[in-house]
Design a protein around this ligand. Structure first.
Ligand code: GDP
Length: 297
């Protein structure tokens, strides 16, 4: 289950303060020392941890909290609110173009779960928003990617646009959007190529696709289990492409939570969805408040 290691540590730390009828500045300090260590061990970016600890301390040692009837609970409420804020505060929704189709570019490194997530997102849009998306196989380099998307399309009984692997991704994107207009698809999900690492060639190609597709969203798919590496990847992609959101995959196996907590704070890019398993319906909108409650119990 997601965040279990971090959750366990934070919950045992917070338990000590929860029932206190009186909370001193020293109590808050000690609690935050443990919270700080727990977050660092969870691979949360150290600058983010520092700011978080300071923000919580500042609010938690205020008169209002310490003199309230239930100061222990008030301190925990502050931790919860600040953690929610860190992860983006409000839930960040997927774009919907005023003039359809809404074009979404799916980008990310190989193995992050991009192709799977493209299928999951198509399913989510149909099931929860009554949409009619067209998936586009523009990852022409990984031999199995086109097949994989077509298989997902069959499984979902949803169309996949493909021109094989001999046509450029830019041309594929162009023709796919034209076809989506013709056939009245309201969303176009373009599965782009990944690489093992961020490299110049990949970024150039993604910029070219962006130029012809004018996407309403560029969603970066990153593997949450890679912690700060995921955050670094997000920074890199954001610098070149101005991504509009991130999808964290494999949160089901992520016991630490470092990426989920840091991506928004470090890159300014909201996390829009979380992948919670390999199955096609294992995709959830990312709710910062619910995530914070999951972590803090
Ligand atoms: P791509 O190279 O980025 O297109 O990656 P794939 O879509 O092929 O996914 C790589 C692997 O990650 C596959 O085995 C997926 O089943 C798996 N995967 C993707 N998303 C999730 C997730 O949210 N949870 C888990 N446990 N596995 C996932």
């Amino acid at each position: 289950m997601a965040f279990e290691g971090l959750a366990e540590r934070l919950q045992s730390t917070l338990k000590k303060i929860r029932g206190k009828g009186k909370v001193s500045e020293q109590d808050v300090k000690e609690m935050m020392r443990e919270v700080r260590l727990a977050l660092l061990e969870a691979d949360v970016n150290f600058k983010v941890v520092k700011k978080f600890v300071n923000d919580v301390k500042e609010r938690a040692v205020g008169q209002e909290v310490l003199e309230s009837l239930t100061p222990g609970q008030q301190v925990i409420k502050v931790v919860n609110e600040e953690l929610t804020k860190l992860m983006g505060g409000e839930q960040s929704k997927i774009a919907s173009a005023s003039k359809p189709p809404t074009v979404i570019m799916m980008v990310g490194l190989q193995g992050a779960g991009k192709t799977t997530t493209t299928g999951k997102l198509a399913n989510h849009l149909r099931k929860n928003h009554n949409r009619n998306p067209l998936m586009v196989a523009a990852d022409i380099y990984r031999p199995a990617a086109i097949k994989q998307l077509e298989t997902l399309g069959k499984q979902l009984d949803m169309p996949v646009f493909s021109l094989g692997d001999q046509v450029s991704p830019v041309e594929i994107a162009k023709q796919a959007i034209a076809k989506a207009k013709e056939e009245h698809h309201d969303y176009v999900l373009i599965d782009t190529a990944g690489r093992l690492h961020v490299d110049e060639k990949l970024m150039n190609e993604l910029e070219d696709i962006k130029a012809v597709a004018s996407p309403d969203e560029i969603l970066l798919v990153v593997d949450a289990m890679t912690g700060q590496d995921a955050v670094n990847v997000a920074e890199n992609f954001n610098e070149r492409l101005d991504i509009t959101g991130a999808i964290l995959t494999k949160l089901d196996g992520d016991t630490r939570g470092g990426a989920a907590i840091s991506v928004k704070a470090v890159t300014g890019t909201p996390v829009k969805f979380a992948g919670m398993g390999e199955k096609i319906d294992a995709l959830e909108p990312f709710h910062p408040e619910r995530m914070a409650s999951r972590i803090l119990g």
